[in-house]
Design a protein around this ligand. Structure first.
Ligand code: BYC
Length: 311
């Protein structure tokens, strides 16, 4: 069975839910897919915060659609995790108990409207860099979910870029607001790719299994290379004085990331960790009646079907 699994992965074919897979492969997928799902769900909060305050009806409806897409991504991903034999309720309970990880980026605040532009451009931009290769992940349900997620993320990234472009070409105050938001989100978005390769305990095995196709540092570099020409079009700057083109490497060199900050955020000490979990817990409690009603409705429907079959 192991040989068959290895051959399937080597031949770039997909592992499907009913196929035999090593226990560690299954566990890695549950870990990554559930963290990814939690990130989408918690990730609705920084932007959801601005739905009522978006500056026009058009901006409100666009933002509402984007946040709704994120809920959808969370749902596909929980479904993909369930194909591995875990229960979505257990995953949700782990998140509510503060035991599950989700992306560090969603523990930062969104004090101005420009932060919504910066999230779209930088956070969704980083998400695309990271997730496009996941469309070729060896596990079928995860790879297929990523195809649709990436299409939607591309749209999100462009709407963020457009918000920043408008602000950067507006009044002096608007341009300043856009620049400050980019300054706030740039470094945390580089941290989204995870620790440096030398400190990434899961990367080597995940790449061997073809879950991950590129290392954390490779994807981070690709993202920096993409941001530099785009920030020029915006008429803004990236907050890194060490950023410079390296003709020998064919890439931009960039400054040192503050990994202490990253580890603090992972430990729960970021600016908004406590607020994000408290908000999620309240939303879950507020939804109790919906879950109860759905169970009652399903039971009624099942009883009716049973009656009809008996008749
Ligand atoms: N934040 O060995 P490593 C979105 C953890 S949402 C927190 O490199 P791996 C969006 C890592 O889990 C999209 N934790 O791990 C939504 C591991 O801990 P455990 C979010 C992080 O898995 C709303 C430890 O550090 N994207 O787009 O090989 C609005 C060692 O790391 C982080 C995904 O979830 C982090 N940044 O690689 C807008 C992508 N980085 O589990 C947008 C899917 C690392 O051993 N995930 N850790 O305790 C992945 O691609 C990979 O899991 C990672 C990490 C590249 C993130």
């Amino acid at each position: 069975m192991q040989a068959r699994f290895d051959a399937t992965v080597a031949a770039e074919q997909r592992i499907e839910p009913r196929d035999w897979m090593p226990e560690a492969y299954r566990k890695t997928l549950v870990r990554q897919i559930s963290q990814h799902a939690h990130s989408e769900i918690i990730g609705m909060q920084p932007e959801g915060n601005w739905i009522t305050r978006a500056p026009s009806l058009k901006r409100k409806s666009i933002l509402m659609a984007k946040v709704q897409d994120e809920a959808g991504h969370g749902l596909y991903l929980y479904s993909a995790a369930e194909t591995l034999g875990v229960d979505r309720q257990d995953l949700t309970e782990q998140l509510l108990a503060g035991k599950a990880k989700y992306s560090s980026i969603f523990n930062y605040p969104t004090p101005t409207w420009a932060d919504i532009g910066a999230i779209g451009w930088l956070v969704d931009g980083a998400a695309i860099c990271n997730q496009v290769p996941l469309c070729r992940a060896s596990y079928g349900p995860y790879a297929r979910a990523m195809v649709r997620v990436c299409k939607e993320e591309s749209f999100h990234q462009r709407q963020g870029f457009e918000i920043l472009y408008e602000l950067a070409h507006g009044t002096e105050a608007q341009k300043k607001m856009a620049q400050e938001a980019v300054d706030r989100w740039y470094w945390p978005s580089l941290m989204m790719f995870g620790p440096p390769d030398a400190d990434s305990p899961n990367s080597a095995q995940s790449m061997q299994w073809k879950i991950k196709r590129f290392s954390n540092d490779e994807l981070r570099q690709r993202f920096v290379d993409m941001c530099v020409p785009q920030v020029e079009v915006l008429g803004l700057t990236l907050p890194d004085p060490e950023l410079s083109w390296n003709p020998d490497r064919g890439h931009y060199d960039f400054g040192e990331i503050d990994w202490t900050e990253f580890h603090q955020v992972l430990k729960g000490n970021g600016p908004c960790n406590a607020q994000r979990i408290a908000h999620r817990r309240k939303a879950h409690q507020d939804g109790d009646w919906v879950r109860e009603a759905a169970v009652a409705h399903a039971a009624k429907k099942a009883a009716r079907t049973k009656q009809a079959v008996a008749a």
